[in-house]
Each structure stands twice: as C-alpha cells, then as structure tokens.
Design a protein. Structure first.
Length: 75
C-alpha cells in the first residue's frame, strides 16, 4: 500500500517536471531557480527540472519517429 502510494507520487512528480519542460520549450518561460536562497534546494530543483527535460526530449524523439503521429498543418 505504501509502495503504491510512493510510486504514484513519483510518477506525478515526473509528469509535473515534464510539463514544466514542455512549457519552457513552447513558451520560453522558465522557473526562477535563482530566487531559491538555499543552495541545496536550488540544486535539487535544477536537477529535478533537468530530469523533466530529459523525459520530454525522450518523448519528443519517440513521437517524431512514430508512425502514429504526424505534423499538424498549422505549423
């Protein structure tokens, strides 16, 4: 029961960081990690967001090569 809940929270955290990476990629807006005064928390936050970018890049690469997706006409 506890492991299931922990896995659920971990997946939610990964999805959240991936969404933030997508927002960064599509809009250019990024979280201001420089405003975090604690260097340990700032470092953890930057690593967390970096992991989201890694996941986003992997998903994007998969979608680009997948036959199930095509580029929309609006772009």
């Amino acid at each position: 029961m506890v492991l299931g809940r922990l896995a659920h929270y971990a997946i939610d955290a990964i999805l959240l960081s991936t969404v933030v990476a997508g927002v960064k990629r599509s809009t250019g807006f990024v979280p201001d990690t420089e405003s975090i005064s604690n260097p340990t928390i700032r470092s953890f936050t930057e690593q967390y967001l970096g992991f989201g970018e890694t996941v986003f890049n992997a998903l994007q690469g998969t979608v680009v090569t997948s036959p199930y997706f095509k580029r929309s006409e609006g772009r």
